[in-house]
Design a protein. Structure first.
Length: 261
């Protein structure tokens, strides 16, 4: 196996992060943590989002404001900053904040994969929930993206309605809260987070590859909460954008996913 382009030890988690060239895409790189692929970045074309779950989040961001309009975005869990790069490419002039628990990861990614010129990105190191209270009091976001946890290791102080309530308080009047939930068959975490988000947000949807809603396969479900009721036409638009086959569940369709039979 070829040596990675670069590697960095992450003191908080005690594992290594590596960045390797993507053998299938020119000008693209893959961030892995403890040997597991986490993010892909195309430096020449940041508008191209390769990983399926990140593409679904990007699709929702596309609907959050008119095309090309600058927005304010908060990323809880920075990774390789794939979505921050996407927002800068598709919505120049956007103001973004990224929160990452691992200082070494943030420094490593920015050193090896610099952000595009003109990016307005403020980086914060610390726990996602604690950092919410440290942001400027008058700052309101069009989009808040949570990409932190998966399966049984989800931190309890974040995977709960109280956290979502605090995050929702930072949203603009038409804001959107997106939560990436990676889960195992049975989808107990997806169910609990759907219930929690429904306690807080007037509009809630679950967006994923269609077969995942059988609960028989592991995978990522994107939960979307809106400050306003779920916008008319969004389900159809997201289903059409894919990646295919895609399903969006809302309203009573969510009852079974949330465990309310």
């Amino acid at each position: 196996m070829a040596a990675p382009l670069a590697s960095r030890y992450l003191r908080t988690s005690g594992v290594h992060a590596t960045i390797d060239p993507d053998p299938w895409h020119e000008d693209a790189f893959v961030l892995s943590i403890d040997g597991a692929e986490q993010s892909q970045v195309n430096l020449a074309h940041p508008e191209d989002v390769f990983y399926e779950y990140l593409r679904r989040i990007a699709n929702v961001v596309d609907l959050a404001a008119p095309a090309g309009q600058a927005i304010k975005a908060l990323h809880l869990g920075a990774g390789a900053l794939t979505l921050a790069r996407y927002i800068q490419a598709t919505r120049p002039g956007s103001v973004q904040h990224a929160v990452e628990l691992e200082r070494e990861l943030l420094d490593f990614v920015l050193a090896q994969l610099p952000m595009p010129d003109g990016t307005q990105l403020s980086n914060h190191v610390g726990d996602a929930r604690a950092t919410l209270g440290e942001l400027p009091a008058d700052l309101r976001f069009d989009v808040v993206i949570l990409d932190i946890f998966s399966g049984p290791d989800a931190p309890e102080h974040i995977a709960c309605a109280d956290f979502y309530r605090e995050a929702a308080a930072l949203l603009a009047p038409d804001g959107v809260l997106l939560v990436n939930v990676g889960d195992e068959p049975g989808f107990t975490l997806v169910a609990s987070q759907t219930r929690a988000l429904r306690e807080v947000m007037p509009g809630v949807a679950a967006y994923a590859e269609s077969s995942l809603f059988s609960r028989r396969y592991p995978g990522n479900v994107i939960l979307v909460g809106t400050v306003q009721p779920w916008p008319e036409g969004w389900s159809q638009a997201l289903t059409a954008r894919g990646p295919h086959p895609a399903t969006v569940l809302t309203d009573m369709e969510l009852d079974e996913l949330a465990g309310r039979l």
